[in-house]
Design a protein around this ligand. Structure first.
Ligand code: NAD
Length: 495
């Protein structure tokens, strides 16, 4: 579609910012609303319900009633499968609208909203729908006079709290396995990007998810989010967001009903490129593509690049040649690969880190400035710092913006030591032609995912999550069912 046509559609796009509770669109009980500004141009997209504890009570009550009467949990896995697959089909049918809302709301290029975000959301719903009637329970090998059944049951009412960087995908990673397993769900999207979650609720209803089974509450973290985390009738919370908030979520779970709390948190992933890397061009393209994808607003962005000293000059030459490809552009232009930073606050954070990098003595090789100021939106140039050392702020803290820090090494064991010297442990990578070095390094790296000679390994069949302060539990794959099911043992005496 042409850029003009996308802009025409954007101007005509209706925004419904009401919450979705018990199958109906409603404003917050308090009547409070907040403005939803687009990072593309600062335009006010419309008012969104500012839900708080009273709305959380209503949504949790609706979810509990739906769970208890078995309108969803009581359906056979095959019935739930059919509905989830229809849900996935409808997401694809509404793909252009959902992609537009995602881009308007959080600033990512329309090219990726369509190909990545809509595609992955539909695929996630379809995959968990497909999976749920192919999973068998177990019988334990006990004595002959008894039968011990080990079965999985839905946990009950699941709260899902998600961030703004991949609003639909993060929601789908939670709601698809939770709904497939038979739970009722209350989803709280980020206040920075609530629009697609709300449309997903309409679409879920159209697909046949019964009212009350899937509820969406837009609002702020300290209001709607905290009320969910503290709620005595929420059985489980699936959280994705910052490590700081993740710690609060665990405290609130402990402070209330000890609900199961799963956290997918921040990262400061290390990408280690050895001199014997099999394909330097591929390593450069991967390192640069992965850090600037989604404006650097990815939890698994490889923001620390360790390059072996002897190839660093050649590596940087090739990297710098790629920088023009990643200049920020109009997110509604299908040729754009880097869009807008989510809001003015995040823009300020990113620019603050760039200043810190300069002040700490790192060498700014490229970028470092705001861009497209005339648009009224929030854009940052792809930024590359050389001569970074591990003690600098830009090497220690998650920036969540398009900023790459380059560090060098002469001994891969030292690179691994520095790679692990972080509270985070989400992802890491090593590039080498030496199979032993690859395996030893992969084993030594303390991260939930380690890539070898690539950085873009990604599939719904594969678990995603972190070590250390990058969280607990895993999204994606069949392992996600562990989070949203209880394991029950039933002992039966035989004759
Ligand atoms: P955030 O922690 O500020 O917010 C995440 C969600 O939590 C939002 O919906 C927010 O409203 C809510 N929230 C905030 N304070 C709360 C509180 N006191 N109680 C309950 N809920 C609260 O994070 P963010 O800025 O939206 O997202 C960026 C972070 O998410 C980064 O650290 C990134 O690495 C992380 N992330 C992790 C993964 C992963 O899978 N590990 C994926 C995507 C993003």
């Amino acid at each position: 579609m042409t850029t003009t046509l996308w802009h025409e559609r954007a101007a005509a796009q209706q925004i419904d910012g009401r919450a979705f509770i018990g199958g109906q669109r409603v404003w917050a009980k308090s009547e409070q609303r907040f403005d939803n500004l687009s990072p593309i141009d600062g335009r006010n997209l419309g008012a969104v319900a500012r839900c708080d504890g009273a709305d959380v009570d209503a949504a949790v009550a609706a979810a509990r009633a739906a769970f208890d009467d078995g309108r969803w949990a009581g359906k056979s896995p095959a019935q739930r499968k059919r509905v989830l697959i229809k849900f996935a089909d409808l997401v694809q049918q509404h793909g252009a609208e959902l992609a537009l809302l995602e881009t308007l709301d959080m600033g990512k290029p329309i090219k990726y909203s369509q190909s990545v975000d809509v595609g992955a959301t539909a695929n996630t719903l379809r995959w968990y729908g497909e999976a749920i009637d192919k999973i068998y329970d177990e019988i334990a090998p006990t004595a002959a006079n008894s039968l011990a059944l080990i079965t999985r049951e839905p946990v009950g009412v699941v709260a899902a709290i998600v961030p703004w960087n991949y609003p639909m995908i993060m929601a789908a990673w939670k709601i698809a396995p939770a709904l497939a397993a038979g739970n009722s769900v209350v989803l709280k999207p980020s206040e920075k990007s609530p629009l697609t979650a709300l449309r997903l609720a309409d679409i879920a209803l159209e697909a046949g998810i019964p009212p009350g089974v899937f509820n969406v509450l837009p609002g702020f973290g300290h209001e709607a989010g905290a009320a969910l985390a503290l709620h005595m009738d929420v059985d489980c919370i699936g959280f994705t967001g910052s490590t700081r908030t993740g710690k609060q979520i665990l405290q609130m779970a402990g402070q209330s009903n000890l609900k199961r709390a799963w956290t997918e948190l921040g990262g400061k992933s290390a990408n280690i490129v050895c001199a014997d890397c099999p394909d330097l061009d591929a390593a450069v393209a991967s390192a640069i593509g992965a850090i600037y994808f989604n404006q650097g607003e990815s939890c698994n962005a490889p923001s620390r690049l360790f390059v072996e000293e002897s190839i660093k000059e050649r590596f940087l030459e090739k990297a710098l040649a790629m920088m023009p490809d990643f200049q920020p552009g109009d997110p509604l232009d299908e040729a754009t690969v880097m869009g807008a930073i989510v809001d003015a606050t995040q823009l300020k954070t990113v620019m603050g880190y760039i200043e810190a990098g300069k002040n700490d003595g790192a060498k700014l090789l490229s970028g470092g400035r705001q861009a497209r100021g005339e648009s009224g939106g929030f854009y940052v140039e792809p930024t590359l710092f050389d001569q970074v050392d591990s003690s600098m702020t830009i090497a220690r803290e998650e920036i969540f913006g398009p900023v790459l820090s380059v560090l060098s090494f002469t001994d891969v064991r030292e690179a691994v030591r520095q790679a692990n010297a972080t509270p985070y442990g989400l992802q890491a990578a090593v590039w080498t032609s030496d199979i032993s070095k690859a395996i030893q390094t992969a084993r030594a790296l303390r991260a939930g995912t380690v890539h070898v000679n690539q950085y873009d390994g990604d599939d719904i069949t594969v678990p995603f999550g972190g070590y250390k302060q990058s969280g607990n539990g895993r999204d994606k794959s069949l392992h996600a069912f562990d989070k949203y099911t209880e394991l029950k043992t039933t002992w039966i005496q035989i004759g």
